[in-house]
Design a binder for this molecule. Sequence first.
Ligand code: ATP
Ligand code: MG
Length: 424
Amino acid sequence: MAKQIQAIRGMNDILPSQSPLWQKVEAVIRASVSAFGYSEIRTPLVESTDLFKRSIGDVTDIVEKEMYTFPDRNGDSLSLRPEGTASTVRAGNEHGLLYNQEQRLWYIGPMFRHERPQKGRYRQFHQFGVEVYGIGTPDIDLEVLMLSARLWEKLGLTEHVSLELNTLGDLAERSVYRDALIAFLEQHKDVLDEESQRRMYTNPLRVLDTKNPDIQAILGDAPQLMDYLGEESKQHFEQLCELLDAVGIQYTINPRLVRGLDYYNRTVFEWVTSSLGSQGTVLAGGRYDSLVGQLGGKDTPAVGFAMGLERIVLLLDTLGLVDDIAPEVDVYVTAMGDSCRIEAIKVAQELRKAMPDLKVMSHCGGGNFKKQMKRADKSGAAIALIIGESELENNQVAVKHLRNNNEQIMVARMDLVTVIAELI
Ligand code: ATP
Ligand code: MG
């Protein structure tokens, strides 16, 4: 036998048993963005490598070690997109969507990062995200947080996630703070592990979110970014906190929250859960007012977030919040004998036409009564329709209940739609 080819490590198939749950999550997403008036944008999975280097930052985890980068046949360096923000800005600039305009956009799709696969961390994963351009005031930061809170509400997750919030100040403020932080870290060099020693000069803020307890212990005395904020940054953050209080969204201020991408400024946030082990961040984002300019557009304020769908699906699964998913099939139509086949196909088609929401599966492949009923049962349908010689002759259809003990009934062909409508 030929050797089977396996999927790439860290890249998962979403099987039919799982897809209803994915569809449920996607339906909640679509309903939520629509409730806030956001428009969808779809960008390519592959972009020029420079786009991600210039936006995410050369010394970030993503660009340093996680990107799938390869030469195109003509030698250009391309990368599979590791996230959605850079592509959205690129598209916005390229098509003139951002210049002197407001845009409220959303996207959904696969992202690629060459990470060590583990629970909640994969090499192909999916993100839903929103990106808003042209509004610099904290009310829009609030809006994207309200949109995310609505997702939790609709998914039944409100009790299982919490919001962490921080501000990174503006680039100039952060650069003064950066020097102070480096000076502090230099005094504690002996405690730093190899990675933190390396990051200390390239990306010192990332040392703040280390998982190493020895380093965490000294960070209590580290300078705080809050103390380096200018008046405007401070006000922006205070106003956002006030707005969150006013709409009743609870949050914790976490001064260690810095996020892994270079382009953030001012507001940053993460929604986290304690139910997924160390992969606990389910949605993350913030403000990135300099990125549009950095990628060649006119300076435009921007804020957004991305949510990892695998972690949401895992969370719903872990918490057992998946039971109300409807079966794929309502009615299974069988034909007992070749002479009845065409009539059965017509019956199925008529039902689909009369009841657009009804899920009708036609039996294909022949077989005796027992085989067809087995298939009907396996389909998950509540009702099997049976069309045999005698039904055909009498212009009738037999209606058999598959999920309860109600008697099988004979229904006149012309009454079938009415009867099915009542039963389902
Ligand atoms: P982490 O700290 O978990 O690596 P991150 O800071 O790299 O996350 P972002 O780039 O902000 O994550 O992406 C936003 C969200 O996308 C994450 O909170 C997570 O839910 C999801 N995500 C990121 N990387 C992966 C991955 N490799 N597999 C599955 N989901 C992921
Ligand atoms: Mg990461």
